[in-house]
Ligand binder design. Structure first.
Ligand code: DAH
Length: 339
């Protein structure tokens, strides 16, 4: 019995030592220590051993098992280390390769232009407010002194939702909403979307953006309007920018004007950019009509104010020298990433 165990032990160690892979090592474990393994067979034969010899034989079996297990464990560790070593050698990481870059989006030219305008006006103490895109006819037209059948309505090819509700054709209705709140004085700008049933071309889109502005206080005059908008133009287009006011007509302001700025490309001499004019039209403005003030609950004998409306796309196109408005809406990454 003693010799048999000795033989098992030697044979097992030999086989373990010649195992070059973990799977092979496991086969050896099963062959000797498994349920049907050689050592287990010896244990099963214990019933044939004389009772007085059993403790001694039991001890021998245990020693053999321990020796085999120890050898198995050592070899397993060695094989695992070798395997890892090999893997590390094979999978070399070239740290000099360029990293994968995550593509990060950025602000749209409209947004950049809007933020710039907002910065200029908030810097002058203006509040930024918003109104609804879907608006009552009352706010979009009626309260701005554009009654039913007024010819101005025809100029603004409107998307009607029903008789009383329209997609706002301008941001001017926000003026009325702010005045109605009754908190005076007012110094606000209202950026947002506007809609007109226009055909798409290089300068038109059925959905576009405007920035409305309004100041209401005691003793506000046209001089305040001019000073404010001159400052706005200089901050937006450069300190040498001059402005020019041409008489115009808007139903909600009196007097009304359109403001031009000197071409920031040629400084006013006339070039391809300003089509030889030297001037570029930029916004509509005027003194808030007394009727408009009264309709919104403000006494025109006590308060006066000015208002203006500017197209956001127009500013973005000018500032970034983009010659087709459609580019702003096509979401072509190759175009957008230039800004
Ligand atoms: N709402 C006008 C438009 O869309 C622009 C405008 C002109 C706004 C004069 C004003 C203003 O506030 O005073 O054509």
């Amino acid at each position: 019995m003693k010799e048999k165990l000795q033989k098992i032990r030697e044979e097992a160690i030999l086989q373990i030592e010649s195992s070059k892979e973990l799977t092979k090592l496991n086969d050896v474990r099963v062959a000797f220590l498994g349920k049907k393994g050689e050592l287990t067979a010896v244990l099963k034969g214990m019933k044939d051993v004389l009772p007085e010899d059993r403790p001694m034989v039991g001890q021998l079996v245990n020693d053999t098992r321990e020796a085999i297990e120890k050898k198995l464990e050592e070899t397993k560790k060695k094989l695992e280390e070798a395997e890892l070593e090999l893997k590390l050698k094979k999978e070399v990481i070239d740290v000099t390769l360029p990293a994968k870059k995550n593509k990060v989006g950025h602000r749209h030219p409209n947004t950049i232009a809007l933020e710039e305008v907002e910065r200029i006006f908030t810097g002058m103490g203006y509040e930024v407010v918003e109104g609804p895109d879907v608006e009552y006819d009352y706010y979009n037209f009626e309260a701005l002194n554009i009654p039913a059948n007024h010819p101005t309505r025809d100029e603004q090819d409107t998307f009607y939702v029903n008789d009383k509700i329209v997609l706002r054709t301008q941001t001017s209705p926000v003026q009325v909403r702010v005045m109605e709140k009754g908190k005076l004085p007012i110094r606000m700008i209202a950026p947002g979307r506007a809609f007109r049933s226009d055909e798409v071309d290089a300068t038109h889109s059925p959905s576009f953006h405007q920035i409305e502005g309004m100041v209401i206080d005691k003793n506000i005059t046209f001089a305040d309007l001019k000073g404010t908008l001159q400052e706005f133009a200089a901050r937006l287009f450069g300190p040498d920018t001059k402005v020019k006011f041409r008489p115009h007509h808007f139903p909600f302001t009196e007097p009304s004007a359109e403001m031009d700025v000197t071409c920031f490309k040629c400084g006013g001499k006339g070039c391809r950019f300003c089509k030889g004019e030297g001037w570029i039209e930029i916004l509509g403005c005027g003194m808030v009509h007394p009727k408009v003030l009264r309709m919104s609950g403000i006494d025109p004998n006590e308060y006066s104010g000015f208002a203006f409306g500017v197209g956001l796309e127009r500013i973005a196109l000018l500032k970034y020298e983009i010659d087709d408005m459609r580019l702003l809406y096509e979401n072509d990454i190759r175009f957008l990433k230039q800004f």
